[in-house]
Write a protein that binds this ligand. Structure first.
Ligand code: ADP
Ligand code: MG
Length: 340
């Protein structure tokens, strides 16, 4: 387990606060816009950075005052930072040499890591001859070789082609399940965050905004920031909410607040909608009519922009409709989620 207790780090024009626990077998993702403090949290855990106050524990042991090399933590950097003049095998063995692991044990351990990261046969290759994905697997193997008590990954796939990221994600999941060590993964890709995480921690301006399992975060975000950051979201102000079919909301429209009247207070995910033909009634009655303005084709589904009396709405539905077509938008009772 990794614990951050009352952590504060001030950089003058940026300050970070964090209280966080990462369970022993958990893959936790720090997810937030650039500059929100994700890397700073990793650097604090790894010991490249010291907190101004607070405590960090790894596996029950206080590590706050320890240098990085004594924390037993594996770190994978965004840009791999492999040693370009060393072979794959020597890169992986690096941490073991530093720890003065005897040669025989070192060779054995490197072989285990080559197997684990499916790099067997690459041992003597120069790292400069590898693809980005292969290099990132070497970086992972190198981080894991000294059997760390925790694994930290800072946007490890951001320099890899989108098409290749899928197989790297699977690699990471398999390895994390095999090793069962607390893992903190940093990303600003929503696909990665939702797909990989046991738990998702949303960061903004140096603070943790909310955390939970991906489905809860996606379906019941507490803030507009989280709603928009985790996917497309149709948003509604108090005024617009009152004009929507009643049952779309699970309960009464909240009484008007004293805050900003233009601030959205509710979200509706595009996949909640169904197109319903003329004459057909929606799943629960009331529907909204609109006209298709754009068809965004994604293969198994389309993202349509539909103009309605309440403005443009994003609708995810099966392919087949075209621009200019009039459609009726229906959605099941309780599809709208109130923020806060
Ligand atoms: P993220 O990884 O979410 O993009 P970072 O944790 O790297 O964000 O940075 C958060 C903020 O802290 C940024 O505004 C960055 O400029 C600032 N920062 C990070 N490291 C330092 C440092 N050593 N000195 C001053 N400011 C820093
Ligand atoms: Mg960063």
């Amino acid at each position: 387990m990794i614990e951050l207790r009352g952590i504060r780090r001030d950089y003058g024009n940026f300050s970070l606060t964090a209280d966080l626990q990462i369970d022993a077998h958990e893959l936790l993702t720090l997810f937030g816009e650039s500059g929100s403090g994700k890397t700073t949290i990793l650097r604090l855990i790894a010991g490249f950075e010291r907190p101004d106050s607070g405590q960090i524990l790894v596996g029950g042991r206080a590590v706050t005052g320890l240098p990085p090399e004594r924390r037993e933590i594996g770190y994978v950097f965004q840009d791999y930072t492999l040693f370009p003049h060393l072979s794959v095998g020597k890169n992986i063995a690096y941490g073991l040499r530093v720890q003065k692991v005897p040669a025989e044990a070192r060779v054995r351990r490197v072989r285990e890591l080559l197997d684990l990261t499916e790099l067997a046969g690459f041992e003597d290759r120069a790292v400069s001859t590898l693809s980005g994905g292969e290099q990132q697997r070497v970086a992972l193997a190198r981080a894991l070789a000294p059997s760390p008590k925790a694994l930290l990954l800072d946007e490890p796939f951001s320099a890899i082609d989108t098409e290749r990221r899928g197989s790297l994600r699977r690699h990471l999941l398999n390895i994390q399940r095999t090793l069962q060590i607390p893992t903190v993964f940093v990303t600003h890709s929503r696909t990665e965050a939702l797909y990989l995480s046991d738990r998702l921690v949303i960061m903004r301006d140096g603070a943790i905004v909310e955390s939970g399992v991906p489905r809860d975060i996606y379906e019941r975000p507490k803030t507009l920031y989280t709603a928009r950051f985790t996917g497309s979201a149709n948003t509604f102000t108090h005024e617009k909410l009152k004009r929507l079919p009643e049952h779309w909301l699970d309960g009464p429209v909240p009484t008007e607040g004293t805050g900003d009247q233009d601030a959205p207070i509710a979200v509706l995910r595009p996949e909640k909608f169904e197109f319903t033909g003329p004459g057909q009634s929606g799943p629960d009655g009331g529907c909204l009519e609109g006209q298709i303005r754009h068809v965004g084709y994604f293969g198994s589904y389309c993202l349509y922009i539909v103009e309605t009396e309440l403005g443009e709405l994003d609708v995810q539905e099966e392919p087949g409709c075209s621009i200019g077509q009039t459609v009726r938008l229906c959605c099941p009772a309780g599809s709208i989620h109130l923020l806060g």
